[in-house]
Ligand binder design. Structure first.
Ligand code: C2O
Ligand code: CU
Ligand code: CU
Length: 504
């Protein structure tokens, strides 16, 4: 089914054609009751950062031989601090945006690829007009203006396309980038900065013999499992080698894969020191033998190479678990190639996360429950429904200002015996993971990943394993409007494992 966004498109084109300085988002706010009233006065919106962002077709040299045809984001800083846009040389990945909490951001997005698209800022709490809902897609040649205030905690966020039915293929072609929010608390946490603060975007890809990305999501298996590539790319490159100095680093890891779930660990058995999750720094560092990272999720690590000998190598590994396509393989190799002239102690206190408490949830005794299942038409569903562009069911309406408990339940039976993990993502907010309830017969598969869950901290995506029910706590603040919740296995999402919820 195709959503007709014709009138909105014409409208947006008119806006850009006449060269009005009014933002499209602002204008839409004024004329559509569907769209949120933002806390930022649209008429008096003065951007601190202004960026021109384009989605373009390009050919880049990834492997020897023929160039790879990609779609990628390219950005130009129009106005604002110079370090707001950081490009990754030679990569198909979009530039890394660096924003500070409190900044007003305006982004003019130009669609220069051959199909409809729209950009979503994954993890950010923004007005609905800036959230990149699929109903806001723009046609090739059109422009969409985003305006929002950065209100989120410092942390590792990201952006990617969100057209209905085409998110998987567009991300796979290269459209994705990191968005890092900074604030005073994070600045003062005593963590490595500059060249010692490294982003690592992990994705899997398959390439044809002439170096083109292959995407097979069709057929039963493709639709059920999602896209699994046979090569690991880090920051847009295969076989990544990371030269480091003998000192601590901050590694910001994003699982930017369509469907692959990673079980990350160091090959020599040293623990991973976790300092942050989707929504920023933890209260204090945590140690894990491995970390399970589902599509869409981020984890910030403290990686200290000060005890490693010059010239030594270590590997960040994937360990085999019960998730689809899992195997033992290396993700990247680290080469300790220089002596550091400074070091840092691991801070014992990282941040004050200001958690909610369970008792604050209004529906504490009657949580909202969403069941994830394979429906009759061999389609993944949420409470037996698939995506409808503008529809919101009665159990998908929430009140502005409320704190609620939501439960995602991946049932232990039914599903015609087909059991899959689902990384569930909620737009527009960060939630807490309160509890996981696991059916006994699924403990064996569950326990291949469970010691790698980092349920502390703030999250926007949570892995819900087969036979598991996960309890979440969240608050609907500041903005009314239409937001999404969906499975972040992009093939499941494209198939319709996505729904609207409305804050009203
Ligand atoms: Cu990262 Cu709705 O998506
Ligand atoms: Cu999102
Ligand atoms: Cu799913």
């Amino acid at each position: 089914m195709k959503y007709d966004s014709q009138s909105r498109r014409e409208f947006l084109t008119t806006v850009s054609r006449t060269g009005l300085l009014l933002s499209a988002a602002g204008v839409l706010n004024a004329c559509s009751p569907l769209l949120a009233t933002s806390s930022v006065e649209e008429s008096s919106f003065i951007p601190d950062v202004e960026i021109d962002l384009r989605a373009v077709q390009d050919d880049i040299q990834i492997l020897n031989g023929k160039k790879t045809s990609v779609w990628r984001y390219i950005a130009q800083l129009v106005q604002g601090p110079e370090d707001a846009v950081q490009t990754i040389p030679g990569s198909y990945l979009g530039p890394i945006f660096h924003f500070r909490r409190g900044q007003n951001v305006r982004i003019q997005f130009h669609n220069e690829i051959t199909e409809e698209t729209i950009v979503h800022w994954h993890g950010l709490h923004v007005p609905e007009s800036a959230d990149g809902h699929p109903r806001l897609v723009i046609a090739p040649g059109e422009t969409y203006t985003y305006q929002f205030k950065v209100v989120d905690r410092a942390g590792t966020y990201w952006y990617h396309p969100h057209p209905h039915g085409r998110t998987g293929p567009q991300v796979m072609k290269g459209l994705a980038g990191l968005l890092i929010v900074h604030d005073e608390e994070d600045d003062g946490a005593g963590l490595p900065t500059g060249e010692f603060d490294l982003p690592l975007v992990i994705q899997d890809r398959s390439l044809s013999s002439d170096n083109q990305f292959l995407y097979q999501s069709s057929g039963m298996m493709g639709q059920m499992v999602g896209f699994l590539g046979d090569q690991i790319f880090v920051n847009g490159k295969p076989q990544m080698e990371l030269p480091v100095a003998t000192r601590p680093y901050r590694l910001r890891i994003l699982n930017g894969s369509n469907a692959r779930i990673y079980k990350l660990g160091w090959q020599d058995g040293r623990p991973l020191i976790v300092i942050g999750t989707d929504g920023g720094l933890l209260e204090a560092p945590l140690s894990r033998d491995y970390v399970s990272l589902a599509p869409g999720q981020r984890v910030d690590l403290w990686a200290d190479f000060s005890q490693d000998a010059l010239g030594s190598r270590l590997w960040l590994q994937n360990f085999e678990d019960s998730t689809p396509g899992s195997a033992d393989f290396s993700l990247l190799s680290v080469l300790v190639d220089r002596e550091a002239d400074s070091t840092l102690p691991l801070p014992q206190k990282l941040s004050t996360p200001n958690y909610l408490s369970e008792g604050q949830a209004l529906n504490y005794t009657e949580p909202r429950t969403f069941e994830l299942a394979m429906g009759m038409g061999m389609q993944w569903t949420i409470n037996s429904r698939t995506f409808e562009m503008e529809k919101v069911a009665r159990d998908e309406r929430v009140k502005l200002g409320d704190i609620e408990e939501w439960r995602f339940r991946n049932p232990a039976s039914g599903n015609m015996g087909i059991l899959f993990p689902h990384p569930m993502h909620i737009h527009g907010l960060q939630f807490q993971i309160v509890e996981r309830i696991v059916a006994d017969r699924y403990r064996p598969t569950w326990s291949t990943v469970s010691a790698g869950f980092v349920d502390e901290g703030w999250h926007d995506t949570v892995l819900v394993m087969p036979g598991e029910e996960v309890r979440l706590l969240m608050k609907f603040e500041d903005y009314e409007g239409l937001y999404l919740y969906h499975c972040h296995n992009l093939e499941h999402e494209d198939m319709g494992m996505m729904r609207n919820y409305r804050v009203e």
